[in-house]
Design a protein around this ligand. Sequence first.
Ligand SMILES: [Zn+2]
Length: 138
Amino acid sequence: MAEPRTARTFDVEAEASLFGFDATPASATITPRTNAWRIGGAAAKFGGFAVIAPFVAVFPPHAVWLIGALLAGSFLARRHYVERFTLERVESSCPKCGATISTRPTRLLTPHPLPCDGCHHSSILRLPEGTLEEHAAS
Ligand SMILES: [Zn+2]
């Protein structure tokens, strides 16, 4: 998912919050995904697994591999399809212990957990109200 920055990619000042602790400032980079990107990627993922399914079905027990390949393709296709926004990176510090929080590019969840490697607590990424609606791609 590490793709080059698109024209729609934007930076936003947010905060990392954890119940019982003061929120810390966070800087996030987010890429809105178009329907074409989501549908095309989902079709490519399912198509890839549909192509390999007959080949893995050669090995006994045949049906298990065939069904497994199709289920894996469906699972990955669905994950790609529901990715409306990609969280490219977050720069923040943990509200509890102050350790630096870093993430790999991933699907943006709401609320999005920010696990801390220092204290193993998970703070929540809070974006300014209306940020995602404002930047939503069609
Ligand atoms: Zn921490």
